[in-house]
Design a protein around this ligand. Structure first.
Ligand code: CIR
Length: 266
Protein backbone atom coordinates (compact mmCIF):
# COMPACT_ATOMS: atom_id res chain seq x y z
CA UNK A 1 0.00 0.00 0.00
CA UNK A 2 1.22 3.44 -0.86
CA UNK A 3 1.49 6.50 1.32
CA UNK A 4 -1.32 8.49 -0.14
CA UNK A 5 -0.82 11.98 -1.53
CA UNK A 6 -3.73 14.27 -2.39
CA UNK A 7 -5.29 14.24 -5.85
CA UNK A 8 -4.19 17.24 -7.98
CA UNK A 9 -6.93 19.77 -8.60
CA UNK A 10 -6.38 20.09 -12.34
CA UNK A 11 -4.61 18.60 -15.35
CA UNK A 12 -3.60 20.51 -18.44
CA UNK A 13 -3.66 18.48 -21.65
CA UNK A 14 -3.49 19.47 -25.29
CA UNK A 15 -5.48 17.91 -28.12
CA UNK A 16 -3.91 15.94 -30.93
CA UNK A 17 -3.29 18.03 -34.06
CA UNK A 18 -4.08 16.83 -37.59
CA UNK A 19 -0.30 16.93 -38.21
CA UNK A 20 0.48 14.49 -35.38
CA UNK A 21 1.91 11.93 -37.84
CA UNK A 22 4.82 14.39 -38.30
CA UNK A 23 5.73 14.32 -34.58
CA UNK A 24 9.44 13.87 -33.83
CA UNK A 25 10.65 10.29 -33.39
CA UNK A 26 14.14 8.93 -32.76
CA UNK A 27 13.29 6.05 -35.06
CA UNK A 28 10.62 6.14 -37.72
CA UNK A 29 7.88 3.75 -36.52
CA UNK A 30 7.46 0.55 -38.56
CA UNK A 31 3.72 1.20 -38.49
CA UNK A 32 2.88 4.86 -39.19
CA UNK A 33 0.99 6.86 -36.56
CA UNK A 34 -2.78 6.53 -36.89
CA UNK A 35 -3.89 10.07 -36.06
CA UNK A 36 -7.57 9.15 -35.59
CA UNK A 37 -6.61 6.40 -33.17
CA UNK A 38 -4.28 8.82 -31.35
CA UNK A 39 -7.21 11.23 -30.94
CA UNK A 40 -9.38 8.43 -29.56
CA UNK A 41 -6.65 7.26 -27.14
CA UNK A 42 -6.18 10.85 -25.97
CA UNK A 43 -9.93 11.21 -25.33
CA UNK A 44 -9.87 8.01 -23.31
CA UNK A 45 -6.98 9.28 -21.20
CA UNK A 46 -8.88 12.54 -20.57
CA UNK A 47 -11.93 10.52 -19.50
CA UNK A 48 -9.81 8.59 -16.99
CA UNK A 49 -8.53 11.87 -15.49
CA UNK A 50 -12.05 13.31 -15.32
CA UNK A 51 -13.28 10.08 -13.75
CA UNK A 52 -10.72 10.64 -10.99
CA UNK A 53 -12.29 14.02 -10.24
CA UNK A 54 -9.68 16.27 -11.85
CA UNK A 55 -10.60 19.44 -13.69
CA UNK A 56 -9.16 18.82 -17.16
CA UNK A 57 -8.13 21.91 -19.11
CA UNK A 58 -7.77 20.89 -22.73
CA UNK A 59 -5.78 23.35 -24.80
CA UNK A 60 -6.54 23.54 -28.52
CA UNK A 61 -4.19 21.67 -30.82
CA UNK A 62 -1.98 23.66 -33.16
CA UNK A 63 -1.11 22.09 -36.53
CA UNK A 64 2.13 24.10 -36.55
CA UNK A 65 3.30 21.99 -33.59
CA UNK A 66 2.91 18.27 -34.36
CA UNK A 67 4.31 17.40 -30.89
CA UNK A 68 1.96 19.70 -28.95
CA UNK A 69 0.02 16.91 -27.09
CA UNK A 70 3.25 16.24 -25.15
CA UNK A 71 2.54 19.15 -22.80
CA UNK A 72 4.65 17.78 -19.97
CA UNK A 73 7.75 19.08 -21.71
CA UNK A 74 6.62 22.71 -21.59
CA UNK A 75 6.35 23.32 -17.82
CA UNK A 76 7.45 21.98 -14.45
CA UNK A 77 4.95 22.60 -11.65
CA UNK A 78 5.74 22.28 -7.96
CA UNK A 79 3.32 23.68 -5.39
CA UNK A 80 2.10 27.08 -6.53
CA UNK A 81 5.02 27.77 -8.87
CA UNK A 82 5.84 26.76 -12.43
CA UNK A 83 8.95 26.95 -14.55
CA UNK A 84 7.95 27.45 -18.16
CA UNK A 85 10.56 25.56 -20.13
CA UNK A 86 12.46 26.32 -23.26
CA UNK A 87 11.97 22.99 -25.08
CA UNK A 88 15.12 21.29 -26.31
CA UNK A 89 13.84 20.60 -29.83
CA UNK A 90 13.77 23.79 -31.93
CA UNK A 91 10.55 22.68 -33.66
CA UNK A 92 8.84 22.60 -30.23
CA UNK A 93 9.82 26.08 -29.04
CA UNK A 94 6.59 28.06 -28.82
CA UNK A 95 4.47 25.18 -27.53
CA UNK A 96 4.90 26.62 -24.05
CA UNK A 97 2.99 29.87 -24.76
CA UNK A 98 -0.64 28.69 -24.20
CA UNK A 99 0.51 26.44 -21.36
CA UNK A 100 1.95 29.45 -19.52
CA UNK A 101 -1.35 31.30 -19.93
CA UNK A 102 -3.34 28.32 -18.64
CA UNK A 103 -1.09 27.96 -15.59
CA UNK A 104 -1.38 31.66 -14.81
CA UNK A 105 -5.16 31.46 -15.11
CA UNK A 106 -5.01 28.72 -12.48
CA UNK A 107 -3.18 31.18 -10.22
CA UNK A 108 0.34 29.79 -10.48
CA UNK A 109 3.36 32.03 -10.29
CA UNK A 110 5.46 31.40 -13.40
CA UNK A 111 9.04 32.03 -14.40
CA UNK A 112 10.55 31.27 -17.77
CA UNK A 113 13.74 29.50 -18.83
CA UNK A 114 15.80 31.72 -21.12
CA UNK A 115 18.31 30.87 -23.88
CA UNK A 116 20.80 29.21 -23.82
CA UNK A 117 18.85 27.07 -21.31
CA UNK A 118 17.11 24.06 -22.82
CA UNK A 119 14.88 21.91 -20.69
CA UNK A 120 12.06 19.43 -21.33
CA UNK A 121 9.70 18.52 -18.50
CA UNK A 122 10.15 14.85 -19.46
CA UNK A 123 13.63 15.14 -17.97
CA UNK A 124 12.37 16.26 -14.57
CA UNK A 125 11.39 13.78 -11.89
CA UNK A 126 10.23 14.92 -8.45
CA UNK A 127 10.95 12.06 -6.05
CA UNK A 128 11.98 11.81 -2.43
CA UNK A 129 11.57 15.58 -2.04
CA UNK A 130 14.22 16.29 -4.72
CA UNK A 131 14.19 17.24 -8.35
CA UNK A 132 16.17 14.82 -10.51
CA UNK A 133 17.02 16.35 -13.87
CA UNK A 134 18.06 14.31 -16.88
CA UNK A 135 21.03 15.69 -18.73
CA UNK A 136 20.00 14.58 -22.18
CA UNK A 137 20.06 15.74 -25.78
CA UNK A 138 17.09 17.96 -24.77
CA UNK A 139 18.12 19.31 -21.36
CA UNK A 140 21.42 21.08 -20.78
CA UNK A 141 23.15 22.34 -17.65
CA UNK A 142 21.69 25.83 -18.13
CA UNK A 143 18.25 24.19 -18.18
CA UNK A 144 19.04 22.51 -14.88
CA UNK A 145 20.17 25.87 -13.47
CA UNK A 146 16.91 27.51 -14.62
CA UNK A 147 15.03 24.85 -12.69
CA UNK A 148 17.19 25.37 -9.60
CA UNK A 149 16.50 29.14 -9.73
CA UNK A 150 12.75 28.57 -10.10
CA UNK A 151 12.67 26.25 -7.07
CA UNK A 152 15.43 27.54 -4.77
CA UNK A 153 14.24 25.52 -1.77
CA UNK A 154 14.46 22.16 -3.51
CA UNK A 155 17.58 20.12 -4.06
CA UNK A 156 18.25 19.68 -7.80
CA UNK A 157 20.29 16.64 -8.86
CA UNK A 158 21.62 15.95 -12.37
CA UNK A 159 21.26 12.45 -13.87
CA UNK A 160 23.06 11.52 -17.06
CA UNK A 161 20.75 10.27 -19.83
CA UNK A 162 23.09 8.84 -22.47
CA UNK A 163 20.67 7.24 -24.93
CA UNK A 164 17.01 7.66 -24.10
CA UNK A 165 15.01 10.71 -25.05
CA UNK A 166 14.25 11.77 -21.49
CA UNK A 167 14.88 10.71 -17.89
CA UNK A 168 11.24 9.71 -17.44
CA UNK A 169 11.26 7.66 -20.64
CA UNK A 170 12.83 4.91 -18.52
CA UNK A 171 11.77 5.56 -14.93
CA UNK A 172 8.91 7.13 -12.99
CA UNK A 173 7.19 7.02 -9.59
CA UNK A 174 4.64 4.35 -8.73
CA UNK A 175 4.56 5.32 -5.04
CA UNK A 176 6.20 8.07 -3.00
CA UNK A 177 9.25 5.86 -2.39
CA UNK A 178 9.11 3.41 -5.30
CA UNK A 179 10.17 3.94 -8.90
CA UNK A 180 9.36 1.78 -11.90
CA UNK A 181 12.66 1.41 -13.74
CA UNK A 182 13.07 -0.02 -17.21
CA UNK A 183 14.97 -3.30 -17.16
CA UNK A 184 18.00 -2.05 -19.12
CA UNK A 185 21.62 -1.22 -18.23
CA UNK A 186 21.07 2.49 -19.01
CA UNK A 187 18.02 2.76 -16.75
CA UNK A 188 19.67 0.80 -13.95
CA UNK A 189 22.67 3.17 -14.05
CA UNK A 190 20.31 6.16 -13.95
CA UNK A 191 18.46 4.72 -10.96
CA UNK A 192 21.78 4.00 -9.21
CA UNK A 193 22.75 7.67 -9.46
CA UNK A 194 19.31 8.67 -8.11
CA UNK A 195 19.66 6.23 -5.24
CA UNK A 196 23.05 7.65 -4.28
CA UNK A 197 21.22 10.88 -3.41
CA UNK A 198 18.06 9.24 -2.10
CA UNK A 199 18.97 5.81 -0.66
CA UNK A 200 15.43 5.33 0.67
CA UNK A 201 14.01 5.06 -2.88
CA UNK A 202 13.30 1.52 -4.07
CA UNK A 203 12.87 0.27 -7.61
CA UNK A 204 10.91 -2.35 -9.47
CA UNK A 205 12.25 -3.56 -12.80
CA UNK A 206 9.78 -3.27 -15.66
CA UNK A 207 10.09 -4.41 -19.25
CA UNK A 208 9.62 -3.95 -22.18
CA UNK A 209 11.09 -0.52 -22.97
CA UNK A 210 8.57 2.27 -22.50
CA UNK A 211 6.43 0.46 -19.95
CA UNK A 212 8.12 2.10 -16.95
CA UNK A 213 6.55 5.49 -17.65
CA UNK A 214 3.60 5.70 -15.27
CA UNK A 215 1.51 8.48 -13.78
CA UNK A 216 1.18 8.52 -10.00
CA UNK A 217 -1.83 10.45 -8.69
CA UNK A 218 -3.56 10.92 -5.37
CA UNK A 219 -5.05 8.10 -3.37
CA UNK A 220 -2.31 5.73 -4.49
CA UNK A 221 -3.58 5.74 -8.08
CA UNK A 222 -1.18 4.56 -10.77
CA UNK A 223 -2.03 4.91 -14.45
CA UNK A 224 0.20 2.78 -16.64
CA UNK A 225 0.58 2.44 -20.39
CA UNK A 226 -1.00 -0.72 -21.73
CA UNK A 227 -0.57 -1.93 -25.26
CA UNK A 228 2.62 -3.86 -24.62
CA UNK A 229 0.97 -7.23 -25.00
CA UNK A 230 0.92 -7.81 -21.26
CA UNK A 231 -0.71 -6.36 -18.19
CA UNK A 232 1.16 -4.71 -15.34
CA UNK A 233 -1.54 -4.86 -12.65
CA UNK A 234 0.25 -7.60 -10.76
CA UNK A 235 3.54 -5.62 -10.89
CA UNK A 236 2.08 -2.39 -9.53
CA UNK A 237 -0.71 -3.65 -7.26
CA UNK A 238 1.54 -4.27 -4.23
CA UNK A 239 2.47 -0.55 -4.25
CA UNK A 240 -0.77 1.07 -5.39
CA UNK A 241 -4.36 1.26 -4.20
CA UNK A 242 -5.74 1.57 -7.73
CA UNK A 243 -4.12 0.64 -11.04
CA UNK A 244 -5.57 1.91 -14.31
CA UNK A 245 -4.32 0.88 -17.77
CA UNK A 246 -4.51 3.32 -20.69
CA UNK A 247 -3.46 2.36 -24.21
CA UNK A 248 -1.34 5.05 -25.86
CA UNK A 249 0.25 2.99 -28.64
CA UNK A 250 0.14 5.89 -31.13
CA UNK A 251 2.03 8.20 -28.74
CA UNK A 252 4.74 5.58 -28.17
CA UNK A 253 5.45 5.74 -31.89
CA UNK A 254 6.58 9.35 -31.35
CA UNK A 255 8.63 8.43 -28.23
CA UNK A 256 5.89 9.69 -25.92
CA UNK A 257 4.95 8.10 -22.63
CA UNK A 258 1.95 8.59 -20.44
CA UNK A 259 3.50 11.32 -18.30
CA UNK A 260 4.09 13.44 -21.42
CA UNK A 261 0.38 13.96 -21.98
CA UNK A 262 -0.41 16.11 -18.95
CA UNK A 263 0.75 18.70 -16.45
CA UNK A 264 -0.78 18.28 -13.01
CA UNK A 265 -1.62 21.27 -10.85
CA UNK A 266 -2.00 20.76 -7.09
C1 CIR B 1 9.61 14.69 -28.88
O1 CIR B 1 10.51 14.08 -29.49
O2 CIR B 1 9.82 15.75 -28.31
C2 CIR B 1 8.24 14.07 -28.87
N1 CIR B 1 8.02 13.35 -30.06
C3 CIR B 1 8.05 13.17 -27.68
C4 CIR B 1 8.10 13.89 -26.37
C5 CIR B 1 7.88 12.99 -25.23
N2 CIR B 1 7.76 13.72 -24.02
C6 CIR B 1 8.05 13.26 -22.82
O3 CIR B 1 8.58 12.16 -22.69
N3 CIR B 1 7.84 14.06 -21.80
Amino acid sequence: MSMSMPMPRAAIVRSVPGTFADALAMEKPADPIDVQLAKQQHREYVKVLEGLGLQVIELAADDAFPDCPFVEDTAVVLGSRALITRPGAASRQGEEVPVKQALERLGLQTSQAQAPAQIDGGDVLFAGGMLFVGQSARTNVEGLQALASAFPDVRVVPVRVPRSLHLKTVLSCVASDVLAVEDSPEARAMFASIQREAPFLKSIAVSPAGAANTVLLGGGTVIYPSGYGRSFESVYEPYADRVIPVNISEFHKADGGLTCLSIFVP
